[in-house]
Design a protein around this ligand. Sequence first.
Ligand SMILES: *[C@@H]1O[C@H](CO)[C@@H](O)[C@H](O)[C@H]1NC(C)=O
Ligand SMILES: *[C@@H]1O[C@H](CO)[C@@H](O)[C@H](O)[C@H]1NC(C)=O
Ligand SMILES: *[C@@H]1O[C@H](CO)[C@@H](O)[C@H](O)[C@H]1NC(C)=O
Ligand SMILES: *[C@@H]1O[C@H](CO)[C@@H](O)[C@H](O)[C@H]1NC(C)=O
Ligand SMILES: *[C@@H]1O[C@H](CO)[C@@H](O)[C@H](O)[C@H]1NC(C)=O
Ligand SMILES: *[C@@H]1O[C@H](CO)[C@@H](O)[C@H](O)[C@H]1NC(C)=O
Ligand SMILES: *[C@@H]1O[C@H](CO)[C@@H](O)[C@H](O)[C@H]1NC(C)=O
Ligand SMILES: *[C@@H]1O[C@H](CO)[C@@H](O)[C@H](O)[C@H]1NC(C)=O
Ligand SMILES: *[C@@H]1O[C@H](CO)[C@@H](O)[C@H](O)[C@H]1NC(C)=O
Ligand SMILES: *[C@@H]1O[C@H](CO)[C@@H](O)[C@H](O)[C@H]1NC(C)=O
Length: 260
Amino acid sequence: MKFNALTLAVASAWMWQQAEAQTPPGTQPATGNNLGVTYNGTAKILPGLLLPPASLRNEPTVSLNRTVSGTYMVMLVDLSIAAANTTSNSTVGPLAPGLRCGGTTRLHWLQTGLVQSANGTFVSNGTAPLAVYGGPGPPATAPSPNVYTFYLFSQPANFTLPAWDAGRDIYAASAADRRNFSVTAISDVVGAPVAANYLQSQNPAAVNNSAAAQACPANGTTSATPSATPASFTGSAGKAVEVGGWVIMAGVFAGAAFAF
Ligand SMILES: *[C@@H]1O[C@H](CO)[C@@H](O)[C@H](O)[C@H]1NC(C)=O
Ligand SMILES: *[C@@H]1O[C@H](CO)[C@@H](O)[C@H](O)[C@H]1NC(C)=O
Ligand SMILES: *[C@@H]1O[C@H](CO)[C@@H](O)[C@H](O)[C@H]1NC(C)=O
Ligand SMILES: *[C@@H]1O[C@H](CO)[C@@H](O)[C@H](O)[C@H]1NC(C)=O
Ligand SMILES: *[C@@H]1O[C@H](CO)[C@@H](O)[C@H](O)[C@H]1NC(C)=O
Ligand SMILES: *[C@@H]1O[C@H](CO)[C@@H](O)[C@H](O)[C@H]1NC(C)=O
Ligand SMILES: *[C@@H]1O[C@H](CO)[C@@H](O)[C@H](O)[C@H]1NC(C)=O
Ligand SMILES: *[C@@H]1O[C@H](CO)[C@@H](O)[C@H](O)[C@H]1NC(C)=O
Ligand SMILES: *[C@@H]1O[C@H](CO)[C@@H](O)[C@H](O)[C@H]1NC(C)=O
Ligand SMILES: *[C@@H]1O[C@H](CO)[C@@H](O)[C@H](O)[C@H]1NC(C)=O
């Protein structure tokens, strides 16, 4: 796959304006440090790149362009899960907020026990993943591309999942308990991400609908009370993201496609 000149220009302009943004604009936790994310050994992810789900099925490698010591963990989280539509009260409860109004998050990968190898990539020290890698599978009903963020965190020797995320069955890629996963609950414990990166992915059958992408479902039909203005990051568990700036960012990337 060749580098697309338009994509390069758009991405360069974006990088020039937002050199700090290695996490989606307006989301927390945030970092300006780039995490190298490479699929199939060669396909590198530029922040915000739009890629088809079928191209993201293989577990990528992550790397840092500087030498670090110690133990790390990587996670991939979809920030674009739609609000659930349920008339039952059984699932009512607070949600780790995502980028969609009233929506939430979904964990796609959580590997602990990573150490950096001589070439900069992170390799498992033999620890099994807490959540096996599952590639993006955005639904055809999604009104805009889903946003998937990779976070690399330093892993303290005594690390255990914080209360919000603990006690769930998150191992299998299909696990229902991967929804409503809070990254800020983790950064509250281990600090800001060391590095991050993110991509966008869209079901090939999906149709963009900017009105629906912004719409808040009526209260009483979802599993959580929608909030038109999700709370900003205060350090308390569960507050994953706020939406400010995201619409602008989506426009900037309107021309993004493959670019390796
Ligand atoms: C990775 O390789 C698979 C074939 O094994 C291919 O289908 C996929 O598109 C590739 N992904 C990228 C990002 O190049
Ligand atoms: C790492 O940084 C060097 C020097 O800035 C640069 O030449 C190289 O392309 C970078 N590699 C990656 C993977 O970002
Ligand atoms: C959900 O709970 C509210 C408040 O307890 C109640 O008014 C409503 O009827 C319940 N809805 C359903 C579908 O059970
Ligand atoms: C989301 O996760 C929190 C913490 O585990 C839990 O209290 C809440 O009930 C969950 N919300 C839903 C709708 O499942
Ligand atoms: C791998 O890292 C984990 C921390 O996740 C640590 O508990 C374990 O002792 C390490 N194993 C090896 C073989 O270094
Ligand atoms: C980097 O090092 C790891 C561990 O030695 C190895 O598995 C991997 O193939 C290397 N990657 C490259 C691109 O050389
Ligand atoms: C891990 O150790 C640090 C430093 O000793 C401590 O502050 C923290 O509470 C511990 N965390 C857990 C989950 O036990
Ligand atoms: C929820 O689902 C019901 C039944 O499929 C449908 O009639 C209703 O319009 C949906 N509500 C929302 C807010 O999507
Ligand atoms: C849902 O309720 C919250 C507060 O309870 C309110 O701020 C919000 O505007 C309501 N949303 C809709 C679509 O009515
Ligand atoms: C949807 O909009 C994004 C920009 O946010 C664009 O990159 C993508 O190509 C659009 N998808 C479709 C199916 O039109």
